[in-house]
Unconditional design. Structure first.
Length: 270
């Protein structure tokens, strides 16, 4: 792929994620303010009564809550700065975990209250997760990288059984699997197909990757990212011209870009 094409693709992908990043940042700030206000309220109410138990009790509780507020402030500010600056700041290397375990559930609740569709929140989370994985700026040996693909990419008329051995594909080119297998050969990375979360977990346990490039819909990708933690997952959304779960497609150039960023260069084959 020429440098011009790569730059063009990178710009296209970058443009498409800006709107989703803004949603994520807005929800982080909204969620953090709400949690902090709630905590202040929790502090204020006992304060009225705690004074009667011990004169220091309100201040001990207040200090504990101030520490929690400081933590939330650090986490949300660090996360926003990490997204904007594309590198870890404020000792924020742990933010991917905090984002996955703490912010996503809260953001989902807040999004539901604000009537923002779950799919939009998940897509936003996936994009920000990708940025956090990219900001770690790490490369991995090819044998430690796994391309995890959903079963719905396979042509629905194809009789080849790929779940246990993706190399049963005869690469006829009728679906994306052929091109993805070519990519896995070119970069020397593992590729596997999962029909659901249980099989995906088993594949991850068997292969023990240090990085996963996963293709799926918003729901499966966001749950997969959570399941796989602490293994970093770079997510690529599938395209669904025939509706969900049937003959889906994927932008292979996006998968290639991800492999370009993460696979150690010396191992890339010509
Ligand atoms: S490329 Fe051809 S053989 Fe391979 S999964 Fe798709 S339709 Fe089947």
């Amino acid at each position: 792929m020429s440098n011009n094409t790569q730059n063009f693709l990178e710009k296209e992908i970058q443009d498409s994620i800006e709107a989703r990043k803004r949603l994520f940042i807005g929800l982080i700030i909204g969620t953090s303010i709400s949690v902090c206000l709630g905590l202040l309220l929790i502090w204020y109410i006992p304060y009225v009564g705690l004074d009667n138990i011990h004169p220091w009790a309100p201040w001990i509780l207040g200090t504990a809550i101030a520490l929690v507020i400081a933590f939330i402030f650090w986490a949300s500010l660090g996360l926003v700065l990490n997204i904007l600056l594309k590198r870890p700041v404020l000792f924020s290397q742990k933010l991917r975990g905090i984002s996955i375990k703490f912010f996503l559930p809260l953001m989902t609740i807040m999004g539901m209250l604000l009537r923002i569709p779950k799919q939009k929140i998940r897509a936003s989370f996936i994009k920000v997760n990708n940025e956090l994985v990219l900001s770690e700026n790490r490369r991995y040996p090819p044998e430690k990288v796994l391309m995890l693909m959903p079963h719905c990419l396979q042509n629905s008329l194809c009789s080849r059984r790929l779940t246990y051995n993706v190399y049963n594909c005869k690469r006829c080119g009728e679906c994306s699997i052929a091109g993805l297998l070519d990519l896995s050969d070119e970069y020397g990375v593992h590729m596997a197909i999962a029909t659901g979360g249980t099989i995906a977990r088993r594949i991850v346990v068997n292969i023990r990757p240090r990085l996963i490039v996963a293709v799926a819909c918003e729901r499966d990708l966001s749950s997969g990212i959570q399941d796989a933690y602490p293994i970093p997952v770079y997510g690529v959304l599938n395209e669904r011209p025939r509706g969900p779960c049937l003959d889906t497609q994927v932008a292979q150039d996006h998968v290639r870009l991800a492999l370009d960023k993460f696979v150690q260069k010396l191992h890339v084959r010509d």
